[in-house]
Design a protein around this ligand. Structure first.
Ligand code: SUD
Ligand code: ADP
Length: 288
């Protein structure tokens, strides 16, 4: 039995440059992993079957599961005869903009590389990951990175300045495809990605706070006004800066003092069931 952690990500910036002919959007995003993680365990089996076992009824247990797709891809690409039982202990909220499914896929790729002794490099695993979803390559590397292309081209960044991240997810699920589909690329207010990178490189917390930006907020806010309200509440309870992660609906707030974290956490818990106080994981963990 092999255990692998699958951490959630947040987008510190998310910019869309244009819509591509393949119907994906060309993006520029600064992403970082946080210490809210699913736990994946992998057990090889001789009958060739890929089995998904999950603690959460909303997680699909068949070919729709991204961890299943990761195992299938590895088996087919490298002609592996064995199967695998994949147990997913779900901690990351589903369809939340936190890349839970993508991270489960990435953890499965890394775990099977070890379990089946394939000797693949982290870059090879990330390339495989891109076939499953745009966010999977980033999740293979983890840490902090600039993601371009449709999200699969990854450039490593150093750890951001130390701070707390309070995550709050309203009781709605958001479809990433619907949000990208509703985006009007003309007239967008673009975040300053280069300034965000500078803030990270110089460990400038204030600059990082003022550089947060996500163009998908415009779409999700219109679909779900409760996300705007949650963001406003978080700011009112004392977060230094707030943003929606990915396509939403999770909103996060950055805080640099522990005392304020509990005030914000307790305040939000009054009306939002899913609130988490976490840390940024920072740098890439190169162990596959
Ligand atoms: C918005 C982001 C930001 O990190 O994350 P989430 O909110 O899903 O966590 C990502 O761009 C989501 O990546 P991921 O969830 O892997 O997307 P995919 O499965 O590849 O694509 C789902 C759908 O989103 C749209 N899509 C995705 C990526 C992209 N660059 N342009 C797009 O237009 C396409 O319609 C695609 O069919
Ligand atoms: N291992 C998985 N965990 C969660 N959701 C999964 C998984 N595999 C497939 N899915 C499907 O992926 C969709 C997106 O979920 P998720 O990856 O959690 O969100 P997001 O794309 O917003 O980060 C869900 O609707 C869910 O049905």
């Amino acid at each position: 039995m092999l255990y692998v952690k699958a951490p959630a990500k947040i987008n510190l910036t998310l910019d869309v440059l244009y819509k591509r002919p393949d119907n994906f959007h060309e993006v520029e995003m600064v992403m970082t992993t946080v210490d809210l993680a699913d736990r994946i365990s992998l057990e090889s089996r001789e009958d060739g079957v890929i089995q998904i076992i999950s603690t959460d009824n909303f997680v699909p247990n068949d070919h729709r599961n991204f961890a299943y797709q990761a195992a299938r891809l590895i088996k087919d690409t490298y002609g592996i005869r064995q199967g695998v039982s994949i147990t997913i202990e779900k901690e990351i909220p589903i369809a939340a903009g936190l890349a839970g499914g993508s991270s489960d896929a990435a953890a499965t790729l890394k775990g099977l590389n070890e379990l089946w002794d394939l000797g693949l490099s982290i870059d090879e695993l990330a390339e495989l990951g891109a076939k499953i979803g745009s966010d999977v390559s980033f999740c293979v590397y983890g840490g902090t990175a600039l993601a371009t292309g449709r999200g699969e081209k990854i450039k490593e960044l150093p750890a951001p300045p130390n701070c707390w991240v309070v995550l709050a997810k309203p009781k709605i699920g958001v479809s990433t495809a619907e949000v990208y589909g509703g985006l009007k690329v003309e007239g967008l207010q673009h975040p300053n990605t280069q300034q965000m990178i500078q803030a990270i490189e110089t460990k400038d917390y204030e600059l990082l706070c003022s550089s947060l930006g996500n163009v998908l907020e415009t779409v999700t806010f219109k679909l779900h006004p409760e996300v705007v309200m949650l963001k406003e509440q978080m700011k009112r309870f004392g977060a230094d800066a707030t943003l929606m992660s990915g396509s939403g609906p999770t909103v996060f707030g950055l805080v640099d003092s522990e005392a304020r974290v509990s005030r914000i956490y307790n305040g939000l818990r009054g009306f939002c069931e899913e609130v988490y106080a976490v840390r940024i994981l920072g740098e890439r963990n190169t162990l596959a």
